[in-house]
Write a new protein. Structure first.
Length: 311
C-alpha cells in the first residue's frame, strides 16, 4: 500500500519520526465492554449528558449502556420492517434490518428512528458512513463513503480506488441536504471544529484528511490537511479542540495492517501516534473517542467496545 514515489530528506525524517512515535508502548489499562451475545460491530459511539454510552450494531439496533459496565438496553432501531427473527445475530448489514437507510434521528426515548433524508442534490445515498453535529446550530455534517458501492461492497470500493464519496450538510432549519465536497476517495469520518469554522473529513482510500472551511476568508474551500501512510477512518474532536483519528497502519516487518490511534491538532500537526496492535492485532478499528478521562474504541468487527484508561 505504499504510495510514495520518491523520498526526500524531509519526507524520510517525517516517516522516521512517525515510526518512532508508533514504537512507544501503550501503557494504558485496557478492558472490553461486551455487547449482548447476539450483537456485533459497535462501529461508532456517542455519549449523552448523563454519561450514557450509545452505539449502533450490525443488526440495525442502537444500544444504550446507562452507566459504565452496566448491561446494555435496546434503545432504538432504524427499520420499520426489522424483526428479531430475521435480524438477531446477523453479521452482514441488510436494508431489511436497518442498514443502510440514509440519515435518521432517534429521540430521547428511542424506539423507531425518524428518517430525515435519503438523497442530496438529486442523488440517492448509497453508503452513508459517519456524522458530527455542530452543537450551536444543530447542523449535521456527514459522509458518504461511495455513491457506487454500498456498505456490503465496501472492499470493492477500496480495490477499485473509488473516488465518488461526498461530504454533506443537513440543515435542520430548512430540512435540506447539500453537498460540500465531491469526488472523495472513501469519505470516512468527519468532525466539526470547536469554533465551527471548519469541518474535517478523512479519506480512507486516499490516506489523507481534508479541511473544509465553513466561514472566514477561506469559506467554501478545501485543503489537504494530512497526507500519510495511514488508512484513516472516523475522526472525533476532544474538549480541548484537537482530534483523535482511528486508523490502520501498514507494519513493515509483517506487511500487515495494524490498528493505531493518532491525536492531531487543528493545524494537522501530529501530537501522538500509539499502536493498538496488542489489543486489536490486525482487526480494523473504526473510531477512537475521548470521554471522561478514557478512550473508547469502536470496530465493525468486534463484539465489545474497547476502553483505555488512562491514555
Amino acid at each position: 500500500m505504499a504510495f510514495i514515489s520518491f523520498i526526500s530528506r524531509n519526507v524520510l525524517l517525517s516517516i522516521l519520526i512517525q515510526v518512532f512515535f508508533l514504537a512507544t508502548p501503550n501503557l494504558s489499562a485496557f478492558i472490553g465492554i461486551p455487547l449482548p451475545p447476539e450483537a456485533r460491530g459497535p462501529e461508532s459511539l456517542a455519549f449523552d449528558s448523563t454519561g450514557a454510552l450509545y452505539t449502533g450494531v450490525i443488526d440495525g439496533r442502537i444500544l444504550k449502556f446507562p452507566a459504565f459496565q452496566q448491561p446494555p438496553l435496546s434503545f432504538a432501531f432504524t427499520s420499520r420492517n426489522r424483526s428479531v427473527a430475521a435480524c438477531a445475530g446477523i453479521t452482514s448489514p441488510t436494508p431489511a434490518c436497518g442498514r443502510p437507510l440514509g440519515l435518521l434521528s432517534a429521540g430521547p426515548n428511542g424506539a423507531l428512528a425518524t428518517q430525515i433524508a435519503t438523497s442530496a442534490d438529486g442523488q440517492n445515498f448509497v453508503f452513508c458512513n459517519a456524522l458530527d453535529v455542530d452543537q450551536r446550530s444543530g447542523t449535521v455534517y456527514f459522509t458518504e463513503f461511495s455513491t457506487v458501492y454500498d456498505i456490503r461492497n465496501g472492499p470493492q470500493a477500496i480495490v477499485n480506488n473509488d473516488s465518488t464519496g461526498r461530504l454533506l450538510k443537513y440543515d435542520p432549519k430548512t430540512n435540506t441536504v447539500t453537498t460540500l465536497l465531491r469526488n472523495l476517495s472513501g469519505a470516512a469520518g468527519t468532525a466539526v471544529s470547536r469554533d465551527g469554522s471548519f469541518v474535517l473529513v478523512t479519506e480512507f482510500i486516499a490516506n489523507r484528511t481534508r479541511k473544509f472551511w465553513l466561514n472566514g476568508p477561506k469559506a467554501n474551500t478545501a485543503e489537504i490537511l494530512i497526507t500519510s501512510h495511514l488508512r484513516p477512518d472516523n475522526i472525533k474532536r476532544t474538549i480541548r479542540g484537537d482530534f483523535w483519528i482511528a486508523a490502520m497502519m501498514l507494519k513493515a516487518a509483517t506487511q500487515t495492517l495494524v490498528a493505531i490511534r493518532q491525536l492531531v491538532r487543528e493545524s494537522g500537526a501530529i501530537l501522538r501516534t500509539v499502536s493498538l496492535e496488542a489489543e486489536y492485532g490486525t482487526t480494523f478499528i473504526s473510531e477512537v473517542q475521548e470521554y471522561a478521562g478514557a478512550l473508547y474504541v469502536g470496530s465493525r468487527f468486534t463484539t465489545s467496545i474497547g476502553v483505555y484508561r488512562p491514555f
